[in-house]
Design a protein around this ligand. Structure first.
Ligand code: ADP
Length: 481
């Protein structure tokens, strides 16, 4: 059966269809519905019409709906995880943890409230600060974490009283469609709508006058286009964009343990993580030993089809990304770099074995740009001041890591890094209650935490003169601007 889209509470066929490719075989394995511009309009219209009634419910009432949705997804975790592996490529174990981690975040938001704050209340006046929903939110997601990044947008959006039009990336639509199918029997019609495109409807959605906010995760380049389209109606925006995170190893770091952690920070999800470690800086005195340790780790990884439980790293998600990463490896080779690993596999599928690269300078393409693949350039440094300057010399500012035996020393350096999150001795630690967002060209706004909730709400002031019915008092205009 063809997976269907969710529009106005109904599961509908697309006016068009879309083939979905399994990156482990490079073959199409499913065909799903794909929206026409009219279907997009129907989805936005349904979301707009259902929003006032959804917003009139209390947080607790909406929370009950969301809890039921979480329970229903959880009951089908196996099915979600398998589909995620099939369309995205990641190993099943990682797919399961993406589903379970996403549900933890969903339940965190389902339990939240955002009560008004009374700023002043006396015999003369009352001033209250409230947060009210924005309206309809477009949730636009990428192909690296199709489930968890969707939850980051719909969970705060819905609990706050907004309604949603969700649009997954065209290469990974199926888990989002399955979530829509599950939600169809639980949420009131129109509250959550799921449409699929072929990279052709994003600009229409982000320019739509009835969309109040765009929650977007994707590349910096596309994020800038989203911002331009949204400017027309001054939409609210949360943009989670690209990164080129530096991992800084200090000279007191315990080599073996830290090499393993840095390797993991760079290679998880085959390096297709916005905040993966994308360039590693190592003191020149320990450079050779550190590089050898990383190369050893690279050789030991089992690369294969994510459905095989033995697989530790799956394929790249799509052909375009696969070719881009191979080209980056080739350009490093041409620049005279030494590369450990990094071969593509014979036969079908977008597989690239982990590659550790040395001998590049900071201006090499692989160091400057976001590779988004299992390729890690390792660079030597002499002093802390120098490495901080080199780490900051990028338009990106998503995350960074510092690795040391002395966490206080690490924290001092972390404070100097121009990023949204600076980790010391840990990585990819993203808790539902901890805001996450990028500095510089890595993003705008935050997801997760109370900041994430406030990001999908309008701060509204209720300013009441209690004696107003008796007419203005002398001096009442004094504070006007
Ligand atoms: P990639 O280039 O790796 O495919 P993108 O950042 O372009 O990553 O894609 C992230 C999401 O943005 C996807 O859902 C994609 O369909 C969507 N998208 C692509 N172009 C636009 C656009 N102009 N406006 C809004 N969304 C877009």
């Amino acid at each position: 059966m063809q997976p269907k889209m969710l529009i106005d509470g109904k599961l509908v066929e697309g006016d068009f269809s879309l083939d979905v490719v399994n990156p482990a075989t490079a073959m199409s394995f499913a065909t799903c519905g794909r929206a026409s511009a009219q279907q997009l309009e129907a989805a936005v219209d349904a979301a707009r019409r259902s929003q006032p009634a959804w917003a009139r419910l209390t947080f607790a009432q909406r929370g009950k709906y969301l809890e039921r949705l979480c329970d229903a997804i959880e009951a089908r975790t196996g099915e979600f995880a398998r589909l995620l592996t099939l369309e995205q490529g990641k190993p099943l174990r990682q797919a399961r943890s993406e589903i379970s981690g996403g549900l933890v975040r969903f339940r965190y938001f389902a339990a939240l409230d955002c009560p008004p704050v009374v700023l002043r209340d006396n015999e003369r006046e009352q001033i209250v600060q409230e947060h009210v929903p924005l309206g309809v939110i477009a949730a636009i997601t990428p192909w690296n974490f199709p489930f968890s990044l969707l939850i980051s947008k719909i969970a705060p959006g819905l609990i706050a009283g907004n309604t949603i039009v969700a649009k997954p990336a065209p290469t990974t639509p199926l888990t989002t469609l399955l979530l829509g199918e599950v939600a169809a029997g639980i949420l009131p019609p129109g509250v959550l709508n799921v449409i699929v495109d072929a990279n052709d409807l994003g600009s229409r959605l982000t320019a739509h006058p009835d969309i109040a906010k765009v929650g977007f995760t994707g590349s910096t380049e596309t994020g800038k286009r989203v911002m331009q389209a949204a400017a027309q109606s001054l939409k609210r925006l949360t943009l989670e964009l690209g990164g080129n995170d530096a991992a800084i190893v200090l000279d007191d770091a315990e080599l073996g343990t830290v090499a393993r952690q840095v390797f993991e920070a760079a290679m998880v999800n085959a390096g297709q993580v916005c905040l993966a470690a994308k360039r590693v800086y190592v003191p020149s005195g320990m450079f050779d030993a550190f590089f050898d340790e990383l190369a050893q780790l690279a050789r030991s990884v089992i690369v294969g089809d994510g459905l095989d439980e033995k697989t530790q790293m799956g394929p790249l998600q799509n052909q375009q990304q696969y070719e881009k990463v191979l080209k980056l490896i080739e350009s490093a080779r041409l620049a005279g770099a030494e590369i450990a690993g990094g071969c593509s596999r014979d036969g079908p599928g977008y597989f690239i074995a982990p590659a550790i690269v040395r001998g590049l300078t900071d201006d090499a393409e692989l160091v400057r740009t976001e590779q988004f693949g299992p390729v890690m350039p390792v660079l030597a440094y002499e002093t802390v001041d120098e490495v901080v300057e080199r780490a900051n010399a990028t338009p990106f500012g998503l995350g960074a890591t510092v690795w040391t035996s002395d966490y206080r020393r690490g924290a001092d350096i972390a404070r100097r890094l121009e990023v949204g999150t600076a980790w010391v001795n840990r990585h990819l630690h993203l808790a539902p209650d901890v805001p996450f967002g990028g500095a510089k060209e890595s993003g705008l706004g935050h997801e997760n935490g109370i900041e994430g909730l406030k990001g999908v709400m309008q701060l509204k002031i209720l300013n009441i003169e209690k004696g107003a019915a008796q007419g203005a008092r002398p001096g009442a205009r004094q504070n006007q601007v």
